[in-house]
Design a protein around this ligand. Structure first.
Ligand SMILES: NC(=O)c1ccc[n+]([C@@H]2O[C@H](COP(=O)([O-])OP(=O)(O)OC[C@H]3O[C@@H](n4cnc5c(N)ncnc54)[C@H](O)[C@@H]3O)[C@@H](O)[C@H]2O)c1
Length: 278
């Protein structure tokens, strides 16, 4: 039986892109979906769509940068909706530009949303998930960028490496605390999926003397990648399938496995980062 055919799913950043795809998929599978996002309008529209097609969803405005708000999201979910079967720490943002040009506020935005937001989700939900022996799943959104190095996206790439490491450590924490038999920690590593992440990404400030042209070029290059990207529903279906199979690394397409193997080779051979490897 599919473990995701019922129960409660909480998805941060559910208002757009991958989060919205996962929310639609969860709703179609029969889960009650808690849509959490800073964009209240977007999650309200999605809540209407999911309920209109016979699903069950609740919209909760929540800024994952705020640990109190994330705790309140958990408390409200357990009190008003039910025990959480699936937590998806998905909210995330991009940042373009040379690392030295990155405005300090933008650096903090990336760290606060992409890394601390995941940590706050773990801190708010895991203790409640571990109060029973019910099976429950935690998915954290890393990226193919979590296993490679790339120029002009240093803050983002660093954050995705951090999420991968955090997720691997969390899995070990859960196991060492004796909950490995029912708490299933899994890392999601998408390749390119259609979303708004590149449009809403931070850039650099030319007034500070930063190289805005090169940051804009990188944004344009990533928007060109988006033109051929996978749609979010296909990505979501793959993620749910692999999670149900009990995999740890949940990949949206085979190219991510190639990047993982490349990373393993680079580390094993102690190769320095190169812009293009021959
Ligand atoms: N789209 C891709 O190609 C891709 C590839 C690899 C990994 N990812 C990861 O997938 C996740 C989702 O990204 P996406 O591409 O769907 O982006 P997106 O911009 O389409 O969606 C992100 C959502 O997060 C919300 N959000 C932003 N800040 C928030 C905050 N502080 N609190 C709560 N919600 C907030 C936004 O309002 C938006 O609805 C991110 O973690 C991203 O790093 C995306």
């Amino acid at each position: 039986m599919n473990p995701f055919s019922g129960g409660v799913a909480v998805i941060t950043g559910a208002g757009s892109g991958i989060g919205a795809g996962l929310a639609r998929q969860a709703g179609q599978l029969g889960m009650t979906v808690v849509l959490a996002d800073i964009d209240g309008d977007a999650i309200e529209v999605l809540r209407g769509e999911i309920t209109a097609s016979g699903g069950s969803a609740v919209a909760v405005v929540c800024d994952v940068r705020n640990p109190v708000a994330v705790s309140q999201l958990a408390d409200r979910t357990y009190r008003d909706v039910g025990p959480v079967r699936l937590l998806v720490n998905n909210a995330g943002i991009e940042q373009f530009g040379y690392l030295w040009d990155t405005p300090v506020a933008n650096w903090h935005r990336v760290v606060d949303i992409n890394i601390s937001g995941v940590f706050y989700g773990v801190r708010a939900f895991l203790p409640q998930m571990m109060t029973s022996d019910e099976h429950a799943w935690v998915w954290n959104l890393s990226s193919v960028g979590g296993v490679l190095a790339a120029p002009l996206q240093g803050a983002y790439i660093a954050s995705k490496h951090a999420v991968l490491a955090l997720t691997e450590c969390l899995r070990l924490d859960v196991e060492s605390a004796g909950h490995g038999h029912h708490i299933h920690v899994q890392a999601v590593l998408p390749a390119a999926v259609v979303s708004n992440i590149f449009e809403s990404a931070g850039g650099v400030d030319p007034a500070e003397g930063s190289d805005a042209a090169v940051a804009d070029q990188q944004r344009s290059a990533m928007l060109a990648v988006k033109a051929g990207a996978q749609d979010a529903m296909t990505a979501a279906a793959r993620i749910f399938e692999q999670a149900a199979e009990g995999r740890f690394y949940l990949l949206t397409e085979p190219s991510v496995a190639v990047a993982m193997a490349d990373r393993a080779n680079v580390l094993a051979a102690q190769l320095p980062p190169l812009l293009k490897r021959r």
